[in-house]
Ligand binder design. Structure first.
Ligand code: ADP
Ligand code: MG
Length: 428
């Protein structure tokens, strides 16, 4: 049994920078959990706390059911593999590098030889065991580093962007091998990356962070198709997500209307989300639509649609994208407040950590401020009127300048409150 449980874990760096904010998460025994998020969101900080390399400021960290907040590199239980800090003993050959963790643990030499031989075969580096790391390709060096992390058979693997320094081809190849090797060993793994493709392809579950705050946890399918926040929806979209402001109306209670100004979409009461949306009647919400939830339709089409003029077409090899001027009000992705700005504002402040964290991240005032800001922009007409991005497939149905009617797959609309959280709760 190797579980990792984080209970409201918080990290405040000296100087007051809140890098991880009350994060609760659980990695199950044998699970491949991917921590995903943009650069600087606190992924490495979290991993380093689990590894015992960074002090936990507040909250509880449990490893295998034992409270493990205290600082002590957990070399025996966890194994960390990080591409940037991967260090080699340059004078030792690959076999020596892989054997090193076992040798310092004073393992039986016969066992060391057996493990290294076995592992080098699984990693396809058995031919290079007699070479020095300096003479190997980047991919081979990463395999040696992986071998070194695995050879001790730790209970938990912690991997911090192990593939980020490799070229695309090698990344894909090693990605597949990590997945099959780690799964065959059945070791609980926490894998950090900022690359959504890596996360979607590798993970049993993905935990996605932004600015130190956990946004969502779920299987790749759940967080892609049913994201908990607008940030998650946008971060996982390969093409830019359309995020639009809409006013909710329920004319004569006949149906729910999403009013985008020049355009409206009808949500019938039979739609399972209709009731949740109707709770915002008279107010504003954010509607997310991926470009592949939109498609060109005939002028005579009577289903849910937008109309506009094609401003530009963009060729992406496997598809075309159209940028269509529709006069729809676009909004930016709602995000938690930037801890950098808050940190400066709170320098020198006393009153204990909880008070400090509350001052920095007090959720209520911030949510209100955010709603107020979005609302203000909408009232004053300051929001951008951005183009709708529509996926056209391999043959564009339109040319630049064409009048365009855009069919909307209403089942694929994602509906968010102004703070970015979901209106209809995601299923988990
Ligand atoms: P990620 O791995 O997601 O890119 P990190 O966990 O490395 O993010 O960093 C999160 C934030 O904490 C960053 O803004 C970074 O500048 C800050 N940070 C990291 N280490 C320290 C430190 N030792 N002291 C102060 N701030 C730090
Ligand atoms: Mg990092």
């Amino acid at each position: 049994m190797s579980t990792v449980v984080l209970d409201k874990v918080t990290k405040v760096y000296p100087g007051g920078y809140l890098a991880v904010d009350r994060l609760s998460l659980r990695a199950e025994d044998g699970e491949f959990l991917v921590l995903l998020g943009p650069s600087g969101c606190g992924k490495s900080t979290l991993l380093r706390m689990i590894a015992g390399l960074e002090e936990v400021t507040d909250g509880d960290l449990w490893l295998d059911g034992e409270l493990a907040n205290h600082l002590a590199p957990r070399a025996t239980a966890t194994s960390r593999w990080c591409s940037r800090t991967a260090r080699y003993i340059r004078t030792a050959r690959c076999a020596g590098n892989m054997a090193f963790p076992l040798e310092i643990a004073k393992a039986d030499p016969a066992l060391v030889k057996e493990r290294v031989t076995e592992l080098s075969k699984a990693l396809h580096i058995d031919e290079t065991l007699d070479r020095r790391p300096g003479t190997l390709s980047g991919g081979q060096r990463q395999r040696v580093a992986m071998g070194r992390a695995i050879v001790r058979q730790p209970k938990i693997f912690l991997m911090d962007e192990p593939l980020s320094n490799l070229d695309a081809g090698m990344r894909t190849e090693l990605r597949m091998e990590i997945s099959s090797l780690v799964r065959s060993l059945g070791v609980t793994t926490i894998y950090v990356t900022h690359d959504q493709v890596e996360a979607l392809t590798l993970a049993d579950r993905i935990a996605i962070m932004n600015r130190g705050v956990l946004q969502d946890v779920g299987t790749p399918g759940q967080i892609y198709n049913d994201p908990a926040t607008a940030f998650v929806a946008a971060f996982l979209s390969s093409q830019q997500l359309n995020l639009l402001a809409a006013t909710v109306r329920t004319p004569q209670n006949q149906y729910v209307l999403l009013d985008f100004g020049p355009h409206q979409l009808v949500i019938p009461w039979s739609d399972p989300r209709a009731y949740a949306i109707s709770q915002h009647t008279g107010g504003q919400i954010i509607v997310g639509i991926r470009p592949d939830g939109l498609a060109p339709v005939q002028e005579s089409y009577e289903g849910p649609s937008f109309y506009g003029r094609v401003r530009a077409l963009e060729y992406h090899g496997h598809e075309w994208l159209a940028y269509v001027e529709c006069g729809v009000p676009a909004v930016a992705v709602p995000e938690p407040p930037d801890p950098r700005q808050n940190a400066h504002g709170n320098e020198g402040g006393g009153g204990g950590l909880r008070a400090m964290v509350r001052r920095m991240f007090g959720s209520e005032p911030d949510e209100h401020a955010q709603q107020e800001q979005v609302g203000h922009n909408l009232r004053d007409g300051h929001h951008r009127r951005a183009d709708l991005i529509v996926r056209l497939g391999v043959r564009p149905a339109w040319r630049t300048g064409d009048a365009a009617k855009i069919g909307v797959d209403v089942t694929r609309l994602m509906l968010f409150k102004l703070d970015g959280s979901r209106i209809d709760p995601p299923r988990r």
